[in-house]
Design a protein around this ligand. Structure first.
Ligand SMILES: [Zn+2]
Length: 327
């Protein structure tokens, strides 16, 4: 009996003390900050949740961005494409901050709010999101995507591009001109058939008609809405883009730009149809995101077909060149 007790104590010691220590030590190895060599490019990052500014080595910062912006399970070539897009975006923000400090975070080049600049995930967040074992695997994978493309950025006619991207275009990307106005030569509409097999290709959003009125600040003729013809009379399409997304719709007596409407209703995209049933309206959306620039699921689909990161980037950003910023 005593022998068993001794064995039990040894086992407890191994499982409770030794194994966690080894794992924690190992994690520390992975987290050890990249050594800042003289002349290495640094980026001033405003952490919007903690309201602090951290100065990070560019390439280390990008690991957190790629982890925050793209599923880590994606193909390596898609992650490399994302790393280059994120690096280009960051250098562009630095360039702009040098000319004129950013109004929202004057002491920093970029922030971690994806609605303002680009997402960035700390190791703590990633450990929770991925679990300890996947944290190891995914962090190494993303670090490899960043390392393999070190210093690479996208340019058009010698200038850094605005490398906008989205989750899923729904089958064809949209031109910048159609969404935001103003033609940008490298942000044109291109086919992206890979998106059709991705999650969130089709989603729906339902609201009661009262909710719709409230969210949009409008008054509907609800007597009309119960008639079968209400499908067409309640919402009228005023303008479509060349790819078939809705550009302007009239709801009640108000005309909405669909970019604004998408924001007000939290729709997945501006490519939608709708159905009214009783007091309920359901929007059926295709794709996820604004649809301009690189489709992330499209990038992953291309990578699965054996395409390299430069081919992916060349497809979604027409006519761009890869340059290397030495650091
Ligand atoms: Zn920002």
């Amino acid at each position: 009996m005593r022998r068993f007790l001794g064995l039990f104590i040894i086992l407890v010691f191994i499982f409770v003390i030794i194994i966690p220590t080894v794992i924690i030590e190992g994690t520390h190895l992975l987290e050890s900050p990249v050594e800042v060599k003289s002349g290495e490019n640094l980026v001033r990052v405003y952490l919007h949740r903690s309201d602090t500014i951290e100065i990070m080595p560019m390439e280390e910062y990008l690991v957190g961005v790629v982890a925050g912006e793209m599923p880590a399970s994606f193909e390596m070539e898609a992650l490399k494409a994302q790393a280059i897009a994120a690096r280009t975006y960051t250098y562009k923000r630095i360039e702009e901050a040098k000319k004129e400090p950013n109004k929202d975070h004057p002491g920093a080049d970029i922030c971690t709010d994806p609605a303002h600049c680009q997402a960035w995930a700390s190791d703590d967040v990633l450990r929770k999101r991925w679990g300890l074992m996947n944290f190891w695997r995914y962090k190494l994978k993303i670090r490899e995507a960043v390392r393999a493309t070190r210093g690479m950025v996208l340019t058009y006619k010698g200038e850094l591009i605005d490398p906008v991207y989205h989750s899923n275009s729904g089958g064809r990307t949209e031109s910048a001109a159609a969404v935001w106005g103003g033609n940008i030569p490298y942000l044109q509409s291109v086919p992206s058939p890979w998106d059709k097999s991705a999650p969130h290709y089709l989603t729906n959003h339902s609201f009661s008609l009262d909710e719709l009125e409230q969210k949009l600040g409008i008054k509907l003729n609800t007597a009309v809405s119960s008639l079968p013809s209400a499908q067409n009379s309640l919402i009228k399409v005023k303008k479509k883009t060349a790819t078939g997304r809705l550009k302007e719709v009239q709801i009640g007596d108000k005309i909405f730009d669909t970019v604004k409407l998408r924001q007000l209703l939290g729709l997945s995209s501006t490519n939608f149809t709708w159905q009214i049933s009783g007091n309920k309206i359901t929007f059926y959306t295709v794709g996820y995101g604004h649809g301009v620039g690189m489709s992330q699921y499209g990038a992953n689909g291309m990578a699965k077909e054996g395409k390299k990161f430069n081919e992916i980037l060349g497809h979604y950003y027409q006519g761009v060149k890869l340059r290397i910023i030495k650091n």
